[in-house]
Design a protein around this ligand. Structure first.
Ligand SMILES: Cc1cc2nc3c(=O)[nH]c(=O)nc-3n(C[C@H](O)[C@H](O)[C@H](O)COP(=O)(O)O)c2cc1C
Length: 165
Protein backbone atom coordinates (compact mmCIF):
# COMPACT_ATOMS: atom_id res chain seq x y z
CA UNK A 1 0.00 0.00 0.00
CA UNK A 2 1.31 3.42 -0.97
CA UNK A 3 0.47 6.87 0.31
CA UNK A 4 -0.63 9.03 -2.62
CA UNK A 5 -1.40 12.75 -2.87
CA UNK A 6 -3.82 14.07 -5.49
CA UNK A 7 -3.10 17.83 -5.60
CA UNK A 8 -5.49 19.93 -7.67
CA UNK A 9 -6.31 23.52 -8.56
CA UNK A 10 -9.81 24.68 -9.48
CA UNK A 11 -11.82 27.86 -9.99
CA UNK A 12 -15.32 26.44 -10.46
CA UNK A 13 -15.11 22.94 -8.96
CA UNK A 14 -15.03 20.61 -11.96
CA UNK A 15 -11.33 19.75 -11.53
CA UNK A 16 -11.84 19.19 -7.80
CA UNK A 17 -14.50 16.58 -8.61
CA UNK A 18 -12.16 14.87 -11.10
CA UNK A 19 -9.43 14.80 -8.42
CA UNK A 20 -11.91 13.22 -5.98
CA UNK A 21 -12.87 10.59 -8.57
CA UNK A 22 -9.18 9.73 -9.10
CA UNK A 23 -8.70 9.51 -5.33
CA UNK A 24 -11.69 7.16 -5.04
CA UNK A 25 -10.19 4.73 -7.58
CA UNK A 26 -6.82 4.71 -5.82
CA UNK A 27 -8.49 4.17 -2.48
CA UNK A 28 -10.47 1.26 -3.93
CA UNK A 29 -7.15 -0.20 -5.10
CA UNK A 30 -6.01 -0.28 -1.47
CA UNK A 31 -3.87 2.86 -1.27
CA UNK A 32 -3.98 5.67 1.31
CA UNK A 33 -5.02 8.82 -0.54
CA UNK A 34 -5.21 12.53 0.26
CA UNK A 35 -7.03 14.77 -2.22
CA UNK A 36 -6.05 18.38 -1.54
CA UNK A 37 -6.27 21.81 -3.13
CA UNK A 38 -2.63 22.38 -4.07
CA UNK A 39 -2.34 25.72 -2.30
CA UNK A 40 -3.05 23.99 1.02
CA UNK A 41 -0.26 21.39 0.66
CA UNK A 42 2.52 22.32 3.09
CA UNK A 43 4.85 19.39 2.47
CA UNK A 44 5.09 16.18 0.47
CA UNK A 45 6.74 14.33 3.36
CA UNK A 46 5.36 10.80 3.75
CA UNK A 47 3.92 10.49 0.23
CA UNK A 48 5.11 7.78 -2.17
CA UNK A 49 3.56 9.38 -5.29
CA UNK A 50 1.88 12.61 -6.37
CA UNK A 51 -0.79 13.34 -8.98
CA UNK A 52 -1.07 16.98 -10.07
CA UNK A 53 -4.15 18.33 -11.85
CA UNK A 54 -5.53 21.68 -12.87
CA UNK A 55 -7.80 23.41 -15.38
CA UNK A 56 -6.90 25.58 -18.36
CA UNK A 57 -7.94 29.22 -18.24
CA UNK A 58 -7.03 31.47 -21.17
CA UNK A 59 -4.44 29.03 -22.45
CA UNK A 60 -2.66 28.52 -19.13
CA UNK A 61 -2.82 25.69 -16.59
CA UNK A 62 -3.93 27.02 -13.22
CA UNK A 63 -1.76 26.29 -10.18
CA UNK A 64 0.57 23.55 -11.40
CA UNK A 65 3.65 25.62 -12.28
CA UNK A 66 3.70 27.28 -8.86
CA UNK A 67 3.11 23.94 -7.07
CA UNK A 68 5.97 22.29 -8.99
CA UNK A 69 8.34 25.17 -8.24
CA UNK A 70 7.41 25.21 -4.54
CA UNK A 71 7.85 21.45 -4.04
CA UNK A 72 10.47 20.77 -6.74
CA UNK A 73 13.04 19.12 -4.48
CA UNK A 74 10.55 16.58 -3.12
CA UNK A 75 8.74 16.06 -6.43
CA UNK A 76 11.96 15.19 -8.26
CA UNK A 77 12.36 12.16 -5.96
CA UNK A 78 8.79 10.84 -6.41
CA UNK A 79 6.79 9.26 -9.22
CA UNK A 80 4.46 11.95 -10.57
CA UNK A 81 1.47 11.95 -12.95
CA UNK A 82 -0.45 14.95 -14.27
CA UNK A 83 -3.83 15.78 -15.73
CA UNK A 84 -5.25 18.91 -17.28
CA UNK A 85 -8.92 19.84 -17.60
CA UNK A 86 -10.16 21.94 -20.50
CA UNK A 87 -12.82 22.45 -23.11
CA UNK A 88 -10.54 22.08 -26.12
CA UNK A 89 -10.77 18.33 -25.45
CA UNK A 90 -14.52 18.46 -26.17
CA UNK A 91 -14.16 18.93 -29.92
CA UNK A 92 -11.14 16.57 -29.97
CA UNK A 93 -9.63 18.94 -32.54
CA UNK A 94 -6.06 17.56 -32.98
CA UNK A 95 -4.31 20.95 -32.86
CA UNK A 96 -6.26 22.00 -29.74
CA UNK A 97 -5.44 18.68 -28.05
CA UNK A 98 -1.77 18.93 -29.01
CA UNK A 99 -1.61 22.46 -27.65
CA UNK A 100 -3.22 21.42 -24.34
CA UNK A 101 -0.79 18.51 -24.00
CA UNK A 102 2.06 21.00 -24.42
CA UNK A 103 0.55 23.34 -21.80
CA UNK A 104 0.39 20.44 -19.30
CA UNK A 105 3.89 19.26 -20.10
CA UNK A 106 5.32 22.78 -19.71
CA UNK A 107 3.50 23.32 -16.40
CA UNK A 108 4.99 20.11 -14.97
CA UNK A 109 8.49 20.71 -16.33
CA UNK A 110 11.20 19.80 -15.28
CA UNK A 111 9.41 16.77 -13.80
CA UNK A 112 9.14 13.66 -15.91
CA UNK A 113 5.61 12.37 -15.25
CA UNK A 114 4.87 8.68 -15.77
CA UNK A 115 1.58 9.68 -17.40
CA UNK A 116 -0.07 12.90 -18.61
CA UNK A 117 -3.81 13.06 -19.37
CA UNK A 118 -6.11 15.62 -20.96
CA UNK A 119 -9.72 15.52 -19.72
CA UNK A 120 -12.73 17.46 -20.95
CA UNK A 121 -14.24 19.68 -18.23
CA UNK A 122 -17.44 21.55 -17.54
CA UNK A 123 -18.72 25.00 -18.40
CA UNK A 124 -21.79 26.16 -16.50
CA UNK A 125 -22.60 29.79 -17.41
CA UNK A 126 -24.69 30.16 -14.24
CA UNK A 127 -21.58 29.82 -12.09
CA UNK A 128 -19.38 32.24 -14.03
CA UNK A 129 -18.67 35.92 -13.48
CA UNK A 130 -19.90 38.44 -16.03
CA UNK A 131 -16.38 38.69 -17.48
CA UNK A 132 -15.93 34.91 -17.69
CA UNK A 133 -19.29 34.60 -19.44
CA UNK A 134 -18.30 37.33 -21.88
CA UNK A 135 -14.93 35.66 -22.61
CA UNK A 136 -16.31 32.15 -23.10
CA UNK A 137 -19.17 33.42 -25.31
CA UNK A 138 -16.69 35.36 -27.41
CA UNK A 139 -14.70 32.20 -28.22
CA UNK A 140 -17.93 30.16 -28.55
CA UNK A 141 -16.93 27.69 -25.81
CA UNK A 142 -19.16 24.62 -25.60
CA UNK A 143 -21.55 24.73 -22.65
CA UNK A 144 -22.22 21.66 -20.51
CA UNK A 145 -20.57 18.94 -18.45
CA UNK A 146 -18.23 16.95 -20.71
CA UNK A 147 -16.35 14.98 -18.07
CA UNK A 148 -15.85 11.35 -19.08
CA UNK A 149 -15.95 9.54 -15.74
CA UNK A 150 -15.13 6.17 -17.31
CA UNK A 151 -11.96 7.53 -18.94
CA UNK A 152 -10.96 9.32 -15.71
CA UNK A 153 -11.44 6.15 -13.61
CA UNK A 154 -9.56 3.97 -16.05
CA UNK A 155 -6.61 6.43 -16.18
CA UNK A 156 -6.51 6.43 -12.37
CA UNK A 157 -6.55 2.64 -12.16
CA UNK A 158 -3.47 2.38 -14.42
CA UNK A 159 -1.38 4.80 -12.37
CA UNK A 160 -0.07 2.63 -9.50
CA UNK A 161 1.54 0.14 -11.92
CA UNK A 162 3.04 2.99 -13.99
CA UNK A 163 4.31 4.63 -10.80
CA UNK A 164 5.84 1.40 -9.54
CA UNK A 165 3.96 1.62 -6.23
C1 LIG B 1 -12.83 32.36 -18.36
C2 LIG B 1 -12.56 30.96 -18.86
C3 LIG B 1 -11.46 30.72 -19.69
C4 LIG B 1 -11.22 29.43 -20.18
N1 LIG B 1 -10.16 29.23 -21.01
C5 LIG B 1 -9.98 28.01 -21.57
C6 LIG B 1 -8.94 27.80 -22.51
O1 LIG B 1 -8.14 28.68 -22.83
N2 LIG B 1 -8.83 26.56 -23.09
C7 LIG B 1 -9.70 25.54 -22.77
O2 LIG B 1 -9.58 24.45 -23.34
N3 LIG B 1 -10.67 25.70 -21.83
C8 LIG B 1 -10.82 26.90 -21.23
N4 LIG B 1 -11.80 27.09 -20.29
C9 LIG B 1 -12.61 25.95 -19.84
C10 LIG B 1 -12.15 25.39 -18.48
O3 LIG B 1 -10.86 24.82 -18.57
C11 LIG B 1 -13.19 24.35 -18.01
O4 LIG B 1 -14.41 25.01 -17.81
C12 LIG B 1 -12.78 23.62 -16.75
O5 LIG B 1 -13.63 22.51 -16.55
C13 LIG B 1 -12.79 24.54 -15.54
O6 LIG B 1 -12.28 23.87 -14.42
P1 LIG B 1 -12.71 24.25 -12.91
O7 LIG B 1 -14.24 24.04 -12.84
O8 LIG B 1 -12.00 23.25 -12.07
O9 LIG B 1 -12.31 25.64 -12.65
C14 LIG B 1 -12.07 28.37 -19.80
C15 LIG B 1 -13.16 28.60 -18.95
C16 LIG B 1 -13.41 29.88 -18.48
C17 LIG B 1 -14.59 30.11 -17.56
Amino acid sequence: MARILVAYATKHGSTAEIAQAIGKELLAAGHAVDVMEMGTVASLGGYNAVIIGGPVYIGKMVGAGKFVRRHADELKKLPVAGFIVCLSAVSKDPSGMENTEKVLHAALSPLQPVSEAVFAGRLDPAGLSWLENWMTKKVKSPVGDFRDWTAIASWARELPAKMGI
